[in-house]
Write a protein that binds this ligand. Sequence first.
Ligand SMILES: Nc1ncnc2c1ncn2[C@@H]1O[C@H](COP(=O)(O)OP(=O)(O)O)[C@@H](O)[C@H]1O
Ligand SMILES: [Mg+2]
Length: 404
Amino acid sequence: MAKEQRITIVIAENELGEREKLKNLLAGEADIQVVGEARDGKECLDVVMRLRPNIVLIKEDLPVINGLDVAGQISGELPAVGVILILTGAEGEEVWHKMLRAGIREFVTRPLTGDRLLHEIRKVAELQSKAGKKGAGAPTATEPSEPKRKIVSVAGPRGGCGKTVLATNLAVALAARSDKIALVDLNLWGGDVAMLLDLTPRRSLGDLLPGFGGIDYDVVEAMMVKHSSGVSVLAAPLTGSFDGSTLSRYMVQSILEALRQHYECTVVDTGYANLESALAAMDYSDLILVVIGMDLPRLRDAKLYLKNLIAANYPREKLRVVVNRCGSSKEIAPAEIESILEFPVASQLPNDEGLVNSSVNLGQPLVLSNPNRQLSRAIGALADGVMPAPVTPKKRSGWFSLMS
Ligand SMILES: Nc1ncnc2c1ncn2[C@@H]1O[C@H](COP(=O)(O)OP(=O)(O)O)[C@@H](O)[C@H]1O
Ligand SMILES: [Mg+2]
């Protein structure tokens, strides 16, 4: 009987000490074999071309050719080779955008731990072998086994664009269609989903994090609180108790996988746009609502953000642009937005400060307290697009209801 096939790895790291550290972390794993090393970007390309490993670990700031460029090249030309970038964790927005553009989603941040690294390696190896000869090397995590259960991320290029208001009200609107709706607040630095629902959860996402290991549904479920609408909420911890960047891709994926098994729809408030956690949630989503504000700087940001998402191989069909606070700008007509963004607008949510403010202050979701207001109806139409209403659907025509 032949030896079980091992995951072959090439390490691209210019510092000897760091290379040794990596090798030590991987040593002694029966299913993993380091087959090559490279000290700069060019050597990395050569070694990978020659050895065709299952996985290449690439330091971001490699000499000669930058690690990100190398990673992009490999994932473009050798899609069977899984790429994992090693980041310092202090990279700025620019690196994040470049990563997206290069189709790189898999990365680990220093300080590296064996657990984290091994998990990432095994996960990427599995995705690679499942995908076989896949195109652009960006694993889009669709779950063929459960096509009907959906994960919907509410994302956006900037804070303050209305993600939390939308995510919360969308989940509540969906709760009228199913009693299996989850709402996850990934704002580890302090989320306000619980406040918008007037909940004071005793448990939260924060309780899942210390010693995060393999997680299953029972553990996640124990941290959730039920809102009177029927939505099960995984709230963010109280402000200040956690560093937002500690919420890793691995944690987010584990949590969402667990929720997908039990909820018909899971709505995720992704929080800060450039965090690993937001990216992970989007990778795992069937639908990504990109919430955009109505002023020019925000629209410009949004245009770049959308461009990057497309470049990073997020399928266009998964993306829905939601323009929020329509009517709040005198300079920009709603009709102009699509041409500014060069992207179709799926939904426009009207500006309604009175309603939103009182809803936030009272902790009463506006889709329940004022179901007939235009904003509530628009969110209802979005909910229809996620999950069709079961009984006597009113004359709503999905995404474009407010545009016609
Ligand atoms: N459609 C709207 N009309 C009026 N105000 C809104 C609307 N959507 C959001 N807001 C306000 O904008 C602010 C930011 O919304 P929030 O959902 O917290 O954004 P994010 O979660 O993206 O940071 C809040 O103060 C909220 O009251
Ligand atoms: Mg928010």
